[in-house]
Every structure is written in C-alpha cells, then in structure tokens.
Design a protein around this ligand. Structure first.
Ligand code: F6P
Length: 412
C-alpha cells in the first residue's frame, strides 16, 4: 500500500499537442498509484481555476481503457488557456483568490502541463507560495510542438508533430511531381520564433524521396531577393519545387513575412502575435515573379493534433514526464520542471531529470546556428540525428467505425 498523500490538481495550458493527454494520464495514474487523495483537473488551465472550474478526474478516467484512449486523444482533454498571470504587485487579489481555491480543495500538489509561458505560471505561483509559507508543491510538466523550452533535450509533443511534418512533406512532394509543368509549393509550419518543427520537413529526404528543396527557419533573417534568386536557380534544374518555411520567418528589421499580408493581427495575453500567412505571401510573390503555378499550404492546427500519426517514443515520454513530476513532487521537489536528458542517440536512451523552473520560464530555445547550413536554406545532418529518434514507432489507434476513437470531456 502506497503512503497516503494529499490532494493533487493538474492543468493543461497553451497550444495543444497530439500527446499532451498522455502526460495528463501520467500525472493522474502515478498520483493514484502513489497514494494521492483526490486528483482534480482544472478546466481551461489557471484561467478556469480562477472561476472555480475543475473536475474530479476519477469521475472521468474510469478504466484502463479510458487511460489508453486518452493517450491516443489529441488536444487538451481539460481544455487550455493563454492566460498570463499578472505580477503580484499589480494584482495581489488574483494570487489570493487562486490560493483560496487551492486551500479550499486541500491541494498539496499542483501540476501544470505546458510550454515556456505556462512555466511562467508555475514560477509565479511558487514564488508567491514561498512568501506566504504555503505547503503546496508546484511542478511544471513540459509540452510544446515548438520544442523551444530551455534545458530539456526536447519537449513532448514535438516528436509527433515532427513525424507528421516529415510524412506530409513526403506526400506534398509526390503530389507536386504529378504534372509535367512548373510548380512551386510553399509549406508553412508552426513554431513561432524557433525553427525546430520547420526543420522536421528535412525528414522527408529519405530513400524514396529527395526531400524539400529549401527550408527557411526563423533563426536567420529572411532575405526576399535572395529567396527569389534561389527559386529562379532551382527552376533551371527542375519543374516541381517544394519549400518549407517557418510561420516566424522575418526580415532583418524584425518584420515578420506574414506581416506583409493584410491579415488581421491578433495578439494573445503573452504578447504573442498570431503568425499566419507567410506561405501565402511568398506563394503570390513567386507566382507574380515567375509566372508559374504556385500554391501555399498552411499546415496550421493539423500539425498540433495529428494523433493518428503520433510517435510512440513521444507518447511514452509524455507519460513519463507526467509520472516523474508526481514522483519528484511527492519526494519534496517544488518550483521545478521535469526535463528530458538524452543519454545516447544510438541506441536512443533518454531519462527524466528536474530543473529550476525560474531558468526555463519565458526563455525561447532556438535551433543552434551550426545546425543550419551556411546559406541558411536547409538544416545540417546534426539536426536529423537529433530528431530521428523522436519520431520512431507508432501506437495503434483504437478505431471505431473507421475512425480513431477519442476520450472527450464536455467542457461547457
Ligand atoms: O503552442 C505553440 C503554437 O502552436 C505555436 O507554434 C503557434 O504559433 C501558436 O501555438 C498558435 O497559438 P494559438 O493556438 O493560440 O493561435
């Protein structure tokens, strides 16, 4: 019999992924197995908690089948938010309210599954908790398709999104080859100011596919004239050209390429602009400059929740970081985030570790310059060696009536 522990609450925050619910069940199952009292789930993260929106997870995850379904269910089961906690000095009442709710629920362990913005929440709650002598443990569980969290080797969610990008890039290339006419396809991939996911387009370069012709990451300034010059050169050699661009590519003055469109600009509470439209802008530019057929593919939210093509390595690690967060918190950790530490590439071995969340919150980890080629239009072999182990193996979907089955919670 596990020693009796206090109550637990877990939330999901930021953009969803294909495997974020695997981390949720990692927290839930490990907490139950290790003697937790109640395990609550906050609805729509900290924003929902402030409105006292939460559920008792045992009423919604009732069997081993539910756990297996949840591991295969994309997006955030509990709903999510993009809510930036104000500074304590600006709005102390927000903190007082959160702790009032946590104390009412007799919470001793608080887990938040998210990216660098979400770690800002853990950091602030931990800091405030220290000032009032709270005994609640605050732990971050990493997640983001952007793979831009500091310290950790990679983030759960990235491997599955990368596998999807590699697979669809192969399919887009095949499609482009079908006509014997000149055509350019520009694929826009998420990742904000980090090119980790866009670089995954290079996975399409394999035995049966030559891969994309160029890849542009936001780590290096984008130069329009040089881009058009490269397209012209490629067109001298081949008819079908496929180019991957990050949603966050920008010129040397900092202007995002997507800002050159007339899209309505939307900004979230962390000050992040919705980056959308770079491929569409470049595709029009190519069509008008070269008079050839050109198409933009904005992969958009498809790449975040493509659970039908998840990486088993990713699902497994997502579960492990959730479980490790509970184990560490129950053993006394506080104000920390679980990290993944790669021990070797071949065979791929990765273990969990913990790190001070203050050094992770709000920091964006970029692709190292030496992992991008000199002409800044492709990734280097080191990038491929890094990413390959993360996309390996599959977890078969549980199918109903020809489609993947999901476990869903009515969030209304
Ligand atoms: O979660 C990360 C991310 O998917 C980024 O790649 C993207 O820029 C952003 O979220 C989009 O956010 P939202 O869903 O709030 O529009």
């Amino acid at each position: 019999m596990a020693e009796k522990r206090g109550n637990v609450i877990v939330g999901q925050s930021g953009g969803p992924t294909a495997v974020i619910n695997s981390s949720l069940v990692g927290v839930y199952k490990t907490a139950r197995d290790r003697g937790a009292g109640k395990v609550y789930g906050m609805l729509h993260g900290i924003q929902g908690l402030l409105e006292e929106k939460y559920v008792d997870l045992s009423e919604h995850i009732r069997s081993d089948l539910d756990i297996e379904l949840l591991k295969r269910t994309p997006s955030s089961f509990l709903g999510s938010c993009r809510y930036k906690l104000p500074e304590y000095s600006d709005k102390p009442e927000v903190y007082e309210r959160i702790f009032e709710i946590l104390n009412k629920l007799e919470i001793e362990f608080f887990f938040y599954i998210g990216g660098n913005d979400s770690m800002d929440t853990i950091k602030k709650l931990y800091d405030y908790g220290q000032t009032i002598g709270s005994r609640i443990h605050f732990m971050g569980v990493p997640k983001t398709i952007d793979n831009d969290l500091a310290v950790t080797d990679h983030t759960p969610g990235y491997g599955s999104a990368a596998k999807y990008i590699g697979a669809i890039t192969k399919e887009i290339i095949r499609d482009g080859l079908v006509y014997d006419t000149r055509n350019v396809t520009i694929v826009e991939i998420m990742g904000r100011n980090a090119g980790w996911l866009t670089g995954a387009a290079a996975l399409a370069s394999c035995e049966d596919c030559e891969g994309p012709d160029m890849i542009f990451l936001p780590e290096v300034d984008f130069d329009m004239d040089s881009f058009l010059g490269k397209v012209a050169k490629l067109q001298e050699k081949k008819k079908s050209i496929v180019i991957a661009v990050s949603e966050g590519i920008h010129m040397s003055d900092g202007t995002y390429v997507c800002e050159l469109t007339d899209n309505v600009s939307q900004i979230d509470s962390f000050g992040h602009r919705t980056l959308t439209g770079a491929a569409s802008y470049l595709s029009n530019k190519v069509a008008s400059t070269f008079g050839c057929k050109s198409r933009a593919i904005e992969v958009s939210t498809l790449q975040r929740c493509a659970a039908h093509l998840s990486s088993r390595v990713d699902i497994t690690e997502a579960f492990q970081v959730g479980g490790a967060a509970v184990k560490e918190a129950f053993e006394g950790a506080n104000g920390m985030m679980i990290t993944l530490k790669r021990v070797s590439d071949d065979p791929y071995i990765c273990v969990t570790d913990i790190y001070d969340v203050h050094k992770i919150a709000n920091v964006e980890k970029k692709v190292p310059r030496e992992w991008i080629n000199d002409t800044a239009d492709y990734v280097m072999p080191q990038f491929i060696s890094y990413i390959k182990p993360l996309i390996q193996a599959e977890l078969t979907a549980i199918m109903t009536d020809g489609l993947p089955r999901h476990l869903v919670l009515n969030l209304k």
